[in-house]
Ligand binder design. Structure first.
Ligand SMILES: Cc1cc2nc3c(=O)[nH]c(=O)nc-3n(C[C@H](O)[C@H](O)[C@H](O)COP(=O)(O)OP(=O)(O)OC[C@H]3O[C@@H](n4cnc5c(N)ncnc54)[C@H](O)[C@@H]3O)c2cc1C
Length: 500
């Protein structure tokens, strides 16, 4: 790399972008952080109400900590677990204040290229500076040159759609006013939107579970709130993760709370459910899809889509990237993080070597470096930028050293403890039951799929139609009408009328 007066430009002032700046400063380089938002950590501010699952000890970068301590900062207790908002207020804002001469806010990068060279030109390419197109306040266009670029712009801005095939389902865009992607503040700012409504949550990761737990809390004071959980996974247990086996207890606890929500019947689960279409019906939405191989649909007031994120690679269209074909991470990183093969606990720390692209001195770091893989941890991102900063400064020994020990985690090693029989409406039923014994006993699934059956009054008609049964949501699901003998009894209880 040619040294010169040009800065190393970092795209995004999230925790990883700011950590990159701290490492570069520590090595005597000149970083410039370009942040699209009016303040740092714009993405985390959107989930500031959400509790993190890693304690402070795994949230703070070492170079950043050194800078902060030198300025008199006291770190929060290492084992306390912050919310997103606390991470911003107690760590990222003080850090940004120290780094402020190196941060430009309201600066959205729209494209990166090499000066006077499109992607095809090879000759002399590596000696050309990078050029970044930047949109500032009022749409003002700027052009910034850099000797190296670290793209730490995250993936929060490009959520996955609800459609099962990776594309927005037909009607999804038209229903945008009833659909929120991510983690709305169900107990705070967004409470009125969800209280007393039928709310359908799509997704099975931690974001979905966070939303479900908050909806469960909302339901305690707003009992008319109905929670329906759709996921593509074959079995809901796979969403609960490592639970007690997770070395990150907060993350394990999330899975356990989700299990309780399901087993108590507070959340009704339809799995596997693949969303094919979303249709507007007045002020409601009809979600149409495939439930366990059978056509199904349901009506809902609101939908929350928490199906993960994907990188927006449009800014690097003129950059020579080498990407994993399906994860869209750096190619060499793909096999290390592939969620088809790896649990989170087996993702090794990695650095500049694994994150390199054919375009020399261009790196994608942080959440975005994992592409579509959902297993990123901040601590890994801090190790990435430590290594990248060393590589950019020619310290190849430090760049290839591993300085991180990640906590063991069983979060992806789902322990498939089956749900209680009452909740397992859609699971194969071990032994056929007769309608008489199956339908009218407390052990029988009743009503919509999966809420545990409450004891019926003696003499109540089959399926408790005269009892105050929960208002059904599922309208055409064949969850409980499958051909297996074991499901036959439940079928009688699950043919329910359509309603929200
Ligand atoms: C709800 C939730 C909880 C999480 N909890 C944990 C946890 O407990 N522990 C853990 O280790 N990890 C956790 N993660 C994962 C990960 O650590 C976080 O997502 C983290 O915020 C990623 O940091 P980042 O800096 O890579 O990206 P981000 O925090 O997303 O920051 C990216 C920044 O880039 C800016 N930006 C985007 N596009 C542009 C552009 N074109 N030009 C300029 N700026 C741009 C954004 O405004 C933003 O400020 C969690 C993630 C989520 C979503």
């Amino acid at each position: 790399m040619k040294s010169g007066p040009l800065p190393v430009v970092i795209i995004g002032a999230g925790p990883v972008g700011l950590a990159a700046a701290a490492h570069l400063l520590g090595r005597g380089a000149e970083p410039l952080v370009l942040e699209a938002g009016p303040a740092v950590a714009r993405n985390i501010r959107q989930w500031s109400h959400v509790g993190m699952f890693t304690p402070w000890r795994y949230c703070i970068d070492r170079a950043a900590e050194q800078l902060l301590r030198a300025a008199g900062w006291t770190p929060p207790p290492a084992d306390d677990v912050p919310t997103g908002g606390e991470l911003v207020a107690r760590y990222l804002e003080p850090l940004a204040a120290l780094l402020s001469p190196h941060i430009r806010l309201n600066a959205r990068v729209t494209a990166v290229t090499r000066r006077n060279a499109d992607k095809v030109r090879t000759s002399g390419r590596e000696d050309l500076p990078f050029v970044l197109r930047v949109v500032g306040p009022g749409g003002k266009l700027d052009r910034i040159e850099a000797r190296a670029v670290i793209d730490a712009s995250g993936t929060w801005g490009s959520p996955n759609p609800a459609g099962a095939d990776g594309l927005p389902a037909p009607g999804e865009a038209e229903a945008a006013d009833r659909i929120v992607s991510g983690i709305p503040d169900v107990l705070g700012a967004d409470r009125a939107r969800y209280a007393g409504k039928t709310v359908t949550v799509a997704g099975s990761g931690h974001s979905a579970i966070n939303v479900l737990i908050e909806l469960g809390t909302l339901r305690e004071t707003e009992p008319a709130t109905r929670i329906v959980w759709l996921m593509r996974k074959e079995r809901v247990e796979a969403a609960f993760g490592g639970e007690a086996a997770d070395a990150l207890p907060e993350r394990g606890a999330l899975g356990s709370r989700a299990r309780r929500l399901v087993e108590s019947g507070a959340a009704e689960v339809l799995t596997p459910f693949r969303i094919a279409e979303i249709a507007r019906e007045g002020s409601h939405l009809r979600i149409i899809g495939d439930h366990g191989g059978h056509p199904a649909s349901l009506v809902t007031n609101e939908m929350i889509v928490a199906t993960g994120f994907r990188p927006d690679l449009s800014i690097s269209r003129e950059i020579r990237l080498s990407l994993d074909p399906w994860l869209e991470s750096a190619a060499a990183l793909g096999p290390l993080i592939d969620p088809n093969l790896h649990s989170c606990g087996t993702v090794r720390p990695h650095g500049a070597r694994e994150l390199a692209h054919p375009e020399r001195d261009y790196f994608i770091a942080g959440m975005k470096s994992y592409g579509r893989a959902p297993t990123f941890l901040l601590a890994t991102g801090h190790e990435q930028v430590r290594s990248i900063a060393a590589a950019l400064m020619g310290d190849h020994e430090a760049a290839s050293r591993v300085e991180l020990e990640l906590p063991e985690t069983g979060v992806c090693n789902a322990i498939l403890t089956p749900l209680s029989a009452a909740a397992a409406c859609c699971a194969p039923v071990p032994a056929p039951t007769t309608a008489a014994s199956g339908c009218c006993t407390p052990a029988t699934p009743q009503g919509v799929c999966c809420p545990p059956k409450q004891a019926l009054p003696v003499g109540a008609p089959c399926c408790g139609s005269s009892a105050p049964a929960p208002e059904p949501v599922v309208i055409a699901s064949s969850c409980c009408t499958g051909p297996s003998a074991g499901k036959a009894a439940a079928a009688a209880c699950c043919a329910v009328p359509e309603t929200v």
